[in-house]
Design a protein around this ligand. Structure first.
Ligand code: MN
Length: 244
């Protein structure tokens, strides 16, 4: 009899009434709950906390949020760099190393895909509009639940298997994007302008999916986006029943 898998969702710190609070946007735990997982929020921590968390959780969801600090990949800040929280980068980089050791499934969303890529040795383009020729608008102003640009899915990829289609409309709320893709990841989804929108792990024993859009927002309206969470939680359940 398998127990419900525990899904660690990375959080951040936010000042409310002058006091720092740990927080995560509610749409993430809600999508995990609908998928049958048990969400727990992982606040900013340290390397020791990351090790302890990885022993408790059955899967890691790297959530959206601030820009990744270029210091985390040996870069310097572009004038368009947004708010960064170096402590969050440090926490997530330590977590990725721990879950990689334990082969726990990872689902990385928006900032999460950037953080995952950096944690595995890749780097980022800090601002699409400054560095891409003829880019699409990747910071939509319509409702977050609605799609705004196309996603071209690599044929035969895991994402293709999940969606059953190679053209999928997605929402877009980002200005950073992957630059050099880390070893161990492969690109399986792109926007029409060439911006990387999805990566998957290449190790068949470690389930890793990263997406640049926000499926937790669309999942309220669209079954294919909820399916990403359903498949992830299912994999965490499998990983939980086959301990390392
Ligand atoms: Mn986009």
């Amino acid at each position: 009899m398998s127990k419900k898998p525990i899904i660690g969702i990375t959080g951040s710190a936010k000042e409310v009434h002058g006091i720092d609070h740990s927080f995560v946007h509610s749409k993430y735990p809600e999508a995990v709950l609908r998928a049958g997982g048990v969400p727990v929020i992982l606040p900013l921590g340290n390397e020791e906390a990351a090790k302890a968390w990885a022993e408790v959780i059955d899967g890691l969801l790297l959530s959206g949020g601030e820009d990744v600090d270029p210091q985390s990949y040996g870069g310097n800040p572009d004038p368009e760099l947004g708010k960064v929280v170096l402590e969050r980068d440090e926490t997530e980089i330590a977590l990725v190393a721990e879950v990689k050791n334990r082969k726990l499934p990872v689902f990385a969303i928006c900032r999460g895909i950037a953080s995952l890529n950096v944690a595995l040795g890749g780097d980022l383009i800090q601002d699409i509009e400054r560095e891409f020729e003829d880019p699409l608008k990747h910071h939509q102003e319509g409702p977050r639940t609605n799609a705004s640009h196309d996603l071209h899915v690599e044929e035969g990829s895991r994402l293709h298997e999940i969606f059953g289609e190679t053209l999928v409309p997605i929402n877009s709320m980002h200005h950073q994007v992957l630059g050099k893709v880390a070893e161990g990841l492969k690109v399986t989804g792109k926007a029409p302008d060439g911006v990387i929108e999805a990566v998957e792990g290449t190790d068949p024993d470690w389930s890793v999916l990263g997406v640049q859009w926000h499926p937790e927002e669309m999942a309220v309206k669209y079954d294919n986006m909820q399916k990403l969470f359903d498949v992830f939680v299912e994999e965490c359940e499998k990983a939980a029943s086959e301990p390392v």
